[in-house]
Write a protein that binds this ligand. Structure first.
Ligand code: NAP
Ligand code: ZN
Length: 340
């Protein structure tokens, strides 16, 4: 085992501040923990929200990075599922109570006492991190490290609601917001055999969205009447937008018994919905958090089978602040990966 006593990370020392090199002494390696040497880490919009304390749960110094790919370099005394040298991925969740009904039935992402990789712990913008071994998920050998990171949060967050809310071949699926999450959602929906419509603000992303699998493309801020003729046309709508939007025209697009699932975080969590079309259509508004370790395994297998991978921009971890500025301005196409 090659334990080190100091981890070299990048941290925001205060709310909204640029990241700075930051050394820390990790918590003791518990019997169920693993130590991981980081290969790379994706940059999710939630990292920016956490640096800015948008959700009131950030503590500083804050080390972001929750789409981590790395190699197991240390094992707690009780870990039997992993070995040194295994290549693993870590997403938003780094631990859970392990005892509640959700943990016992493999839905740890629904545990009421979950530990976030960057909420109670320190994340992957670092040379190493320690997490509970259940949340270090083996990456299939054939799946490249550079692509695996963005799947650990971006990918799983869109894959899980499609599975949980019953997306099936032949369904008509809309994806709103074509960013890190959205561009993966287009690929998953297409591979699941759906007819896919991308909703983006402008026409800029049309060609790429079609290459990811969209059959149709709607520019909500540029098309003359973007929602005309689309009432009752979609079985499932996935909202990945990280801003306040009028969701009512989207609700009206649901077919009877359809589901609109929210995974993006608007600035204001109090959203206003007109339920009338939902009542007449027996349709649903839903939301969904990340996904379980078991779902991560299923998603990686599915991604491998269908050649689903993020379109990435590579940065050295030392160029982190430049990368964060680019993601803040929504200019990245479509996921930034920070490499050590
Ligand atoms: P991202 O790459 O920045 O993409 C967000 C997309 O939202 C943008 O590409 C843009 O799409 C659209 N958008 C941004 N500002 C907008 C505005 N003012 N009006 C309308 N659309 C706007 O972000 P991401 O990493 O995919 O994350 C998306 C959201 O999911 C974030 O809020 C993040 O915190 C959240 N998230 C949730 C979970 C969960 O467990 N539920 C997990 C991960 C992330 P267009 O350019 O195509 O319009
Ligand atoms: Zn994330």
């Amino acid at each position: 085992m090659t334990f080190v006593t100091t981890f070299n990370a990048y941290a925001a020392l205060e709310r909204g501040q640029p990241l700075e090199p930051f050394e820390y002494t990790p918590k003791a390696l518990g019997p169920t923990d693993v130590e991981i040497e980081v290969i790379n880490s994706g940059l999710c919009h939630s990292d920016i929200s956490m640096v800015d304390n948008e959700w009131g749960m950030s503590t500083y110094p804050l080390v972001p990075g929750h789409e981590v790919v790395g190699t197991v370099v240390g094992l707690g005394s009780g870990v039997q599922t992993l070995q040194e040298g295994d290549r693993v991925g870590v997403g938003w969740q780094s631990n859970s109570c392990g005892r509640c009904e959700w943990c016992r039935t493999g839905e740890e992402n629904l545990c009421g006492d979950m530990e976030g990789t960057i909420v109670r712990g320190r994340g992957g913008f670092a040379d190493r991190l320690r997490v509970d071994a259940r949340f270090a998920v083996p990456i299939p050998t054939e799946y490249p490290s550079a692509y695996a990171g963005p799947m650990m949060c971006g990918g799983i967050t869109v894959f899980t609601p499609m599975v949980e809310f019953g997306v099936r071949p032949g369904m008509k699926v809309g994806v709103v917001g074509i960013g890190g999450l959205g561009h993966l959602a287009l690929q998953f929906a297409r591979a699941m055999g759906c007819e896919v419509t991308a909703f983006s603000r402008s026409r800029d992303k049309e060609e790429e969205a079609r290459s990811f699998g969209a059959h149709e493309y709607v520019a909500t801020k540029e098309d003359e009447d973007p929602f005309a003729g689309r009432a009752r046309s979609l079985d499932f709508i996935l909202n990945t937008v990280s801003a306040d939007v009028d969701w009512n025209p989207f609700l009206d697009m649901l077919r009877p018994k359809g589901t609109m699932a929210q995974v993006g975080f608007p600035d204001d969590p109090q959203i206003s919905l007109n339920f009338v079309s939902m009542l007449f259509n027996q349709s649903r508004f839903a939301a969904s958090p990340i996904g379980s370790p078991e779902m991560l395994r299923r998603m990686l297998e599915f991604a491998l089978l269908h050649d689903i991978k993020p379109q990435i921009e590579r940065y050295a971890m030392s160029e982190l602040n430049e990368a964060m500025d680019r993601a803040r301005a929504y200019r990245q196409r479509y996921r930034i990966v920070l490499e050590r």
